[in-house]
Write a protein that binds this ligand. Sequence first.
Ligand code: ADP
Ligand code: MG
Length: 564
Amino acid sequence: AENRVTLGFEAEVKQLLHLMIHSLYGNKEIFLRELISNASDAADKLRFSALGNDALYEGDSRLRVRIEFDKAARTVSISDNGIGMTREEVQHNIGTIARSGTRHFFESLTGDEAKDSQLIGQFGVGFYSAFIVADRVVLETRKAGVPAEEGVRWESSGEGSYTLETLTRPERGTRVTLHLREGEDEFLDGWKLRAIVRKFSDHISLPIEMKRENGEPKEGEEAPAEVWETVNSASALWAKNRDEITDEAYNEFYKHVSHDFQEPLARVHSRVEGTNEYTLLLYIPKHAPFDLWDRDSKRGVKLYIRKVFIMEDSDKLMPRYLRFVRGVIDSDSLPLNVSREILQENKQLEKIRGGAVKKVLGLLEDLANNEPEKYQAFWKEFGQVLKEGLIEDFANKDRLAKLLRFSSTHTDSEEQTVTLDEYISRMKEGQDKIYFVSAESFGAAKNSPHLEIFRKKGIEVLLLSDRIDEWLVSYLTEYEGKPLQSVARGDLDLGKLEGEEEKAEAAAEKEAFAPLAERLKKALDTKVSDVRLSHRLTDSPACLISESYGMSRTMERIMKSAGQ
Ligand code: ADP
Ligand code: MG
């Protein structure tokens, strides 16, 4: 056709394809999960668009996916009657890697095949997984609501280029046909395909259909009419009772909503009754996603209203500091005809979000109390993000403070395991403050000269060295009525921790050394604001400290590096 063009893939696509074929070969059947997952997303999108424009259904609102195979042609095809794509959309969605996090993904590749295949699993493979088993993939699609003549055909053998052409396609939606590679004939088998569908996609609420197999018609007999059977259970997983759901089904559902390859660390599934009714099924991943630090990342929790997908948005359903949470919230009370814009300011949605946050915090508390090893694994991946909560979520400050984990002089280990409650339980007689030191690295914190007196007296000090810690301690100024106190600030008063004798001795020394301090101050002139005799040091001769209410040294450094 004259409108046929051949286009090159982005360089990253080529690289991704190559890597995927090699590293996911042992898991090749996931291509079916990925393509079904796309069909299910396409059905969700159509349902949402049709809320405002029923005509988009074109008289066919029974959405489903169909899987077929053809032994003679050696093809497997997956077709949906979902939203479909325009030519521009095909080019944009299939010819490029539009997903956020891709850049991070490529940055984290090591060149070591074993490690990289782990990574590609975490990244989520999507449409291109078709090339694991196929050496030619054809995608035909037509967008809902556009004329039949505006169909599109995309074809590629996954080797650097693809072709695009316009075609007439009366059926709405998308059909993906895989021409199997040599040796992949095991997928030309109805039982095999059914087993894979049940394993990976049972929880998908969209019916997944396959033709009933009747065997070859006998001589002289007419071939029986086509009968499509639903292979999966095709009901929304979250709407079922907890005792009807296996761990395996929960885990597969997680992989579907999160695009993660691995199993989740923990989940909470709960139904909230009352005037604002909703069901939530939320998961905490085992590992941080690639786009954890990407501000534009949109992946998060999906909102449904009575099982109709409405939107996926990380900010409206979860605060930023819980942006690693994945899953669904399904509201019974929100009006179905609500637009995405109206939802931005919706009070009911805010309440749902508030309730969902409490459920997630409850889940974390549960882990911390009952499965401390799992909680530790969580903290390692997401602790820095959770700390943002103390700054962002004032209402839950106390609960969040209990979830914090620190390094301290008690363990002297870089691994953050100490809770504030443990710290308090180890406080010395007469100690009324929680002491901390902050520095740019764990090593610097641990070896800070400010700690000398504390180590000598056996007083525990928290060792802070994450970037966010400076902000953290400016918001978390006390815990359980005990102020947090930097050991590096001003005139450190150890209060009752020092005996009368020590105090008298210190006063006498201060007087004796006053002339020396005066001379040093003159010599250092404008470089320091004061020189004082200190009794904090036991091994080092001198150290720099900040004014009591001035900026701390680390904060000064952060401001400087931010260009302030
Ligand atoms: P992801 O699903 O994570 O976005 P994929 O690689 O699986 O990534 O798909 C890329 C994009 O291609 C999808 O986001 C979607 O826009 C489009 N797409 C893929 N399959 C379909 C389909 N069956 N119907 C409509 N759009 C599709
Ligand atoms: Mg996908």
